[in-house]
Design a protein around this ligand. Structure first.
Ligand code: DGT
Ligand code: CA
Ligand code: CA
Length: 574
């Protein structure tokens, strides 16, 4: 869990450095922050076992950053960071979440208006003190107010991507306690919903007192909301809450079912029980005083006349009827993905070489990886022009040749993520596109258009014979901005007509398409691909978040092209 804390501090250091206009360094801290957030091993354990040498072996962690990690692990603080904070006591991580306010603007706001947090930002905007500042204006003051509204609406929920690693760490600690006979996560976390209110754990134990003592004194607990023999609640320093319930073994399945939810799914299920003269609760399924089922979830669903429903599907979107009819789709599994097609390499400013990315993909058991660097319009991302793209292709061909000689079946595919310009055209020549195995196109600029114009823009891109995949089709960034205005129904129809593929972007801030739209696409017969949008090797692990969304949207292997072998995949792009 110290990984997440350090990641947050490094992100803030990057923001402070950016604010001061320091070149390159912010990027190094950002990179370290991303790596730490995705790192599987606890950084404290790495240090305990292998010292500063172990830290330096973490990708993206060099001499200076490893010293700061060491300082933090030893003293709980990083002086370099504390000094920034003293100079500019601003809640930076909060303020930069406001769309349109980056570190540099935060500095202007602090120096001129003394804005330190969201409340003070709102006060300043409402008092029209922001518009007159250099680099702002009426429009941007208005945008700040809208962005603040948006933040308020999403307040109190956390990204699944932020919570899952922390919750899994707690789960592992609890598992090791000998008094814990069984433990599961329940609630929205088990359903892999994209945002989480709080974390729910269920436990079987003959000694609840011991379990509760341990739970409320876990490292990182900053508040105990309640502690009893069946339920305790705590807040972690990351800001989210966790509930733990101890359940009698004979009711464990019923409780797991009940506390997994969703609430709407449970309400429907209870109706089915009533129709059959039964009563369903967290204690079990009862016929009068007799318990009919309760020990396992499977037996509860079976006793209600249906198949067991995967937690990701329990959102009352028709899954209960499907289960009753024995017609649940065979949704894809976390291990079904054979490759990742949205990966940026160091040719366009990503952290890793093609070689490194390919090796990591092989280690994940993938059969292929597609390199999809940005193209020339995106200068800040060092997008490639026609000529550089050619050179990059040469490198890929060389790697494939070597793989063949080594007798490996693994393949690197040549792709790109081109920009869809405001008129729907693509920012790079057709000839360059024709040399690629596949082309992703995405909207990266001008999000604020009328619904009509944005819809036409995307449809024009879909009609382009070179375009195969549309990345992050609705443009939402969770907790930061809504989808852009677009008639997704028409976009889905066009994708179907032109036989194009829509992306499920696995990045925890995006998850775009989302579950509801995935189900819509599936029902129309539009094919999809789950991609991580990796800019650094550790992000290849984010695939599970995309798979979770796909499962929530009922996707089967037939719907998701990167669960297919490479030959079938390439046929889609021809
Ligand atoms: P969250 O925490 O807001 O992300 O969402 P959940 O689904 O984890 O909700 P939470 O933690 O309030 O409760 C866990 C589960 O317990 C929930 O999914 C369903 C069940 N549950 C809670 N309250 C009720 C209720 O009033 N009625 C029913 N039927 N189930 C409930
Ligand atoms: Ca919950
Ligand atoms: Ca809860």
């Amino acid at each position: 869990m110290r990984n997440q804390e350090l990641s947050k501090i490094f992100n803030e250091i990057a923001e402070y450095l950016e604010m001061e206009g320091v070149p390159f360094k912010p990027y190094a801290y950002q990179k370290a922050a991303i790596t730490l957030a995705a790192l599987k091993d606890d950084v404290g354990e790495v240090y305990e076992k292998r010292g500063i040498k172990g830290l330096k072996e973490i990708p993206g962690v060099g001499a200076s950053i490893s010293q700061k990690i060491e300082e933090f692990l030893r003293t709980g603080k990083i002086e370099y960071y504390e000094e920034f904070k003293r100079k500019m006591p601003v809640e930076l991580d909060e303020i930069v979440k406001v769309e349109g306010v980056g570190p540099r603007k935060a500095k202007v706001l602090f120096e001129n208006l003394g804005v330190r947090n969201l409340q003070e930002l709102e006060d300043a905007a409402k008092a029209h003190k922001i518009a007159p500042l250099f680099g702002f204006g009426d429009k941007s003051e208005q945008n700040i107010l809208e962005a603040l509204e948006f933040l308020k609406r999403s307040h109190g929920r956390f990204l699944l991507g932020e919570i899952l690693p922390a919750a899994q760490a707690v789960l592992e600690r609890l598992k090791q306690l000998k008094e814990v006979e069984a433990i599961d996560t329940a609630g929205s976390l088990r359903r892999m919903k994209e945002t989480i209110g709080d974390v729910d754990f269920l436990v079987i134990s003959r000694d609840p007192q011991k379990v509760m003592d341990f739970f409320v004194s876990l490292p990182g607990v900053v508040k105990v909301w309640g502690k009893g023999s069946t339920k305790s609640s705590v807040r972690l320093k990351e800001g989210f809450d966790m509930d733990l319930r101890v359940i009698p073994p004979e009711s464990y399945g019923a409780a797991l079912q009940y506390f997994t939810g969703s609430k709407d799914h449970n309400i429907e299920l209870r109706k089915i029980a009533i129709d059959r003269g039964l009563k369903l609760s967290e204690y079990g399924l009862f016929q009068g005083p007799r318990m009919v089922a309760g020990k396992t979830e499977e037996e509860v669903y079976r006793a209600l006349g249906m198949e067991w429903i995967p937690p990701e599907m329990r959102e009352n979107m028709g899954e209960i009827d499907a289960a009753l009819a024995g017609e649940l789709p065979r949704i894809i599994d976390y291990g079904d993905v054979k490759g990742d097609l949205h990966v940026h390499c160091n040719w366009n400013g990503g952290a890793n070489s093609i070689e490194e990315l390919a090796a990591a993909a092989m280690a994940l058991g993938y059969e292929y990886i597609g390199i999809s660097d940005h193209t020339k319009f995106l200068r800040i991302e060092r997008g490639l022009d026609e000529e550089t793209l050619k050179k990059r292709n040469k490198e890929i061909e060389g790697i494939n040749e070597r793989l063949r000689q080594e007798g490996k079946v693994f393949r690197v595919l040549k792709g790109c993520e081109a920009n869809i310009m405001s008129d729907g055209s693509i920012d790079i020549d057709d000839e360059a596109l024709a040399e690629l195995d596949y082309v992703i196109a995405g909207v990266h600029s001008q999000f604020k258009m009328s619904r009509e114009v944005m819809t036409e823009r995307l449809i024009t891109a879909l009609k382009n014979p070179h375009v195969d995949i549309i990345s992050h089709p609705t443009g939402r960034i969770l907790k930061r901005r809504d989808e852009y205005e677009v008639d997704l129904g028409r976009v889905l129809e066009a994708a179907k007509d032109y036989r194009k593929v829509l992306e499920i972007n696995a990045y925890p801030e995006r998850l775009d398409l989302n579950d509801v739209n995935i189900l819509r696409a599936k029902k129309l017969g539009v094919r999809m691909v789950i991609n991580t949008d990796t800019h650094q090797v550790s992000q290849l692990h984010l695939m599970k978040f995309g798979v979770a969304q796909a499962r929530r949207g009922w996707a089967e292997r037939a719907d998701i092209i990167n669960t297919w072998p490479v030959e079938e995949l390439l046929r889609v792009f021809q």
